[in-house]
Write a protein that binds this ligand. Structure first.
Ligand code: NAD
Ligand code: UGA
Length: 465
């Protein structure tokens, strides 16, 4: 079955870049990305490509080429559903903040709304593709809704989880390690899977396109994120051991990563992992295990989150204890607010929690981040609800220049590994800060020897002082 029209519901960090690349590589398919957020759609349609809602290296060029040709962004959800033979669901699936499973289970209300809307609008057969990350067996719920509320047309549900990482989304989409497609084990299921395989095969070698049953595909996405996050928590646990024993966590990572069975990636000790998915997806996995009564399985994976929370807290505590046990009224400069470099996304960023802990100690925080807006930073803090919005604005200021941000600082903390931080004139910064000049490097980014030579009292995750 040849697909001519695709609709993607959700123009976020996944829907936007994924559909841009898919449209670029399939000029004969009309791809319409729809969202209920009018501002987001306006930004995707903005003449000025610098104003796209998402910052990703290489994305502007792709949007520039495909937009208006066969890639469209719109708020007319029903029209796009009606026209498409294949509909991707790429809406957000956050952790529930209420009711049963609060703080753990995935909130599937946006997914259900999409399913009901598709059922209502569809007057021809459709292939519905789960692109969002979902609890295993969600396809069953989507199918129930579609089959019981639809207009008698036929639906096939595929699971096609996305593995891109922010900051490298375009590269990850252009050359993915693999594409995973799960479908029903039937003739119709195979036809649906093949039609999606053909779309990806326009740019991805067929041997890298895996097909499985739906449940394996849904579960593999949660498991992939759990394994990745587990590596970060594992090396972060070792970072504290390094700090007290004189071992260097960078050297340990290198030494173990050269074992081809372990491999070198995802062994960078840090102030803690952030991002919209690792925590949410592990909590989701833990919740699923619990609902099946698998308590040991649940506890095993929950430890990855417990370790991550500890790492963020430990970083903040270390700043307070090093600054003579008080940071009240002291200016602490944060370099970086995004959860990793090369993205403007701040969801679950470690910086938010470290700032909150220091503000509880009445520190004054000055933030500089090359891509994150002031508005976003205050929204992140207000969302925590630790103090009033006025108090957040009194205790934390956002500055557009790193040198001004550092003036008269009692300490500088590096929260994101932006490349530009390495290139700064650290001598100039040293001259402008309060002495002793403390730097807390949460990303192992700077050259320890150079920093000490300039005169800084420099501490880095995983290295004893
Ligand atoms: P996002 O919040 O950036 O985007 C989701 C979009 O869906 C929003 O713009 C929202 O307005 C829209 N939306 C919600 N309900 C809608 C509806 N009924 N109709 C139309 N639009 C609707 O989220 P995201 O980061 O793109 O993540 C989407 C999914 O992809 C999640 O399940 C996530 O776990 C998964 N995922 C994310 C990443 C990542 O790096 N961000 C990577 C892989 C997978
Ligand atoms: C992660 C996965 O890498 C993607 O494969 C997945 O598709 C995505 O989640 C998702 O499902 O949302 P992302 O969160 O965008 O991607 O970014 P990562 O590169 O995985 O980084 C996550 C966090 O871990 C960041 O805060 C990063 O700084 C931290 N990290 C990563 C470390 O502290 N050390 C490392 O060695 C690697």
């Amino acid at each position: 079955m040849k697909i001519k029209n695709i609709c993607c519901i959700g123009a976020g960090y996944v829907g936007g870049p994924t559909m841009s690349v898919l449209a670029l590589k399939n000029p004969n398919i009309k791809v319409t990305v729809v969202d209920i957020n009018q501002d987001r759609i306006n930004s995707w349609n903005d003449e000025n490509l610098g104003d796209l809602p998402i910052y990703e290296p290489g994305l502007e060029e792709i949007v520039n080429e495909a937009r208006g040709r066969n890639l469209f962004f719109s708020t007319d959800v029903e029209k796009a559903i009606d026209e498409a033979e294949m509909i991707f669901i790429s809406v957000n699936t956050p952790t529930k903040t209420y009711g049963k499973g609060k703080g753990m289970a995935a909130d599937l209300k946006y997914i259900e709304l999409c399913a009901r809307q598709i059922a209502k609008v569809a007057t021809t057969d459709k292939i519905v593709v789960e692109k969002s990350t979902l609890p295993v067996r969600t396809a069953q719920a989507i199918k129930d809704i579609l089959d019981n509320t639809g207009n008698g047309v036929k639906f096939q549900i595929l699971s096609n989880p996305e593995f891109l990482a922010e900051g490298t989304a375009v590269q990850d989409l252009l050359t993915p390690d693999r594409v995973l497609i799960g479908g029903e084990e039937s003739e119709e299921g195979t036809i649906a899977m093949n039609s999606l395989v053909e779309i990806y095969a326009t740019w991805i070698p067929k041997e890298n396109i895996l097909t499985t049953n739906v449940w394996s595909s849904e579960l593999s996405k949660l498991v992939a994120n759990a394994f990745l996050a587990q590596r970060v928590s594992s090396i972060n646990a070792i970072s504290e051991l390094c700090e007290v024993t004189g071992a260097d966590v960078g050297e340990v990572s290198r030494a173990i990563g050269m074992d081809s069975r372990i491999g070198p990636k995802f062994l960078k000790a840090s102030v803690g992992f952030g991002g919209s998915c690792f925590q949410k997806d592990i909590l989701n996995l833990v919740y699923i295990a619990k609902t099946y009564g698998l308590n040991e399985v649940a506890d095993y994976w929950e430890q990855v989150i417990i370790m991550n929370d500890y790492q963020k807290r430990r970083f903040a505590d270390n700043i307070v204890s090093t600054l003579y046990n008080t940071v009240s009224g002291k200016k602490i400069t944060f370099l970086g607010w995004a959860f990793k470099k090369d993205t403007n996304d701040t969801r679950e960023s470690a910086a938010i929690y470290v700032a909150d802990a220091l503000m509880n100690e009445q520190a004054e925080i000055i933030v500089y981040d090359p891509k994150v807006s002031e508005k976003r930073i205050y929204e992140d803090l207000d969302y925590l609800g630790s103090r009033s919005p006025e108090e957040n604005r009194r205790l934390l200021k956002v500055v557009k220049d790193p040198y001004i941000a550092s003036e008269e600082a009692h300490a500088i903390a590096i929260l994101t590994e932006w490349d530009e931080f390495i290139e700064y004139d650290w001598k100039k910064i040293y001259d402008s800060v309060v002495k002793p000049a403390f730097v807390f490097d949460g990303r192992k980014l700077l050259d320890a020897e150079l920093m000490s030579k300039i005169g800084f009292d420099y501490s880095s995750i995983g290295i004893s002082k």
